[in-house]
Design a protein around this ligand. Sequence first.
Ligand SMILES: Nc1ncnc2c1ncn2[C@@H]1O[C@H](COP(=O)(O)OP(=O)(O)O)[C@@H](O)[C@H]1O
Ligand SMILES: [Mg+2]
Length: 328
Amino acid sequence: MSTSEFTTVSPSGAALRSTLAAVRAEVAKGVVGQDAAVTSLLIALLCRGHVLLEGVPGVAKTLLVRTLAASLALDTKRVQFTPDLMPGDITGSLVYDARTSEFSFREGPVFTNLLLADEINRTPPKTQASLLEAMEERQVSVDGTPRLLPDPFLVIATQNPVEYEGTYPLPEAQLDRFLLKVLLPLPERDQEIEVIARHAAGFNPRDLAAAGVRPVATVAELEQARTEVATVQVSREVLGYIVDVCRATRHSPSLSLGVSPRGATALLATSRAWAWLSGRPFVTPDDVKALAHPTLRHRVQLRPEAELEGVSAESVLNTVLASVPVPR
Ligand SMILES: Nc1ncnc2c1ncn2[C@@H]1O[C@H](COP(=O)(O)OP(=O)(O)O)[C@@H](O)[C@H]1O
Ligand SMILES: [Mg+2]
């Protein structure tokens, strides 16, 4: 195997990792369970990627984002995407100041660290496009003047998996811009009991400070962690494995569209962040497998026939992962 196995994890890496573990513990003061989603959001922060969050109403999507923001002392804003929302309602717009008789820029809600874009598919494509452009460029241009967005800048866009009627599904090309698609399932019985037990004991989702949630990591620490992630080694064999998994989706008879090379770079980034979070200075095929579903599920398109037969993106990815030879 590669020489990377003999590299040790740096001590500062270990300290940063426990800082991120502290973020997890802090989020858990608000959100019961949903560990996979919390991990995914940390990975997105480490990779500077954006997240699609899918779940029915009432599974703590909003609470998760607000608690994460509070744990990192990040600014957060929420926008409810409605049919009448205009691009300027996201990016901001020029407003006329009668006093100075000049136009000045009024920042839209996109000027924040964690933007919760609720029910993104309820807004028409033009408004969706203004958000997606801001995500990609990390700046907005109004009236020809580019304005930089803050860093970190993470968009968490929610979709309701059930109510697709009267909505504007994001085009495939735009889905590809989300690093991860995270599913927020209904809680298990025990977890749901814990949720309402907390309510019985006075938990108020609008008062996270009262629940003891406080900032435990700084933006500087997050930045250092990103630097650490960049040092995680990836052998040529594992790079080959990532590419083979993505290529295999392009030959799947159930898919009309497979994973793009952009998707392959995303899988590299997320596997690397996961390896680092797991305390390893190199990426293993198991890291790639662990991140394949959340990183790739929204980047493939099922054929209508396959969908009718009950095939899902998840089952296709399982088949692909089972068939692609794993390097050893
Ligand atoms: N896993 C959970 N942990 C803690 N509270 C939860 C959980 N799931 C649901 N809740 C409760 O349900 C409420 C609704 O959550 P919310 O974040 O508004 O859901 P969503 O944004 O998904 O519609 C929360 O404020 C919380 O009281
Ligand atoms: Mg909500």
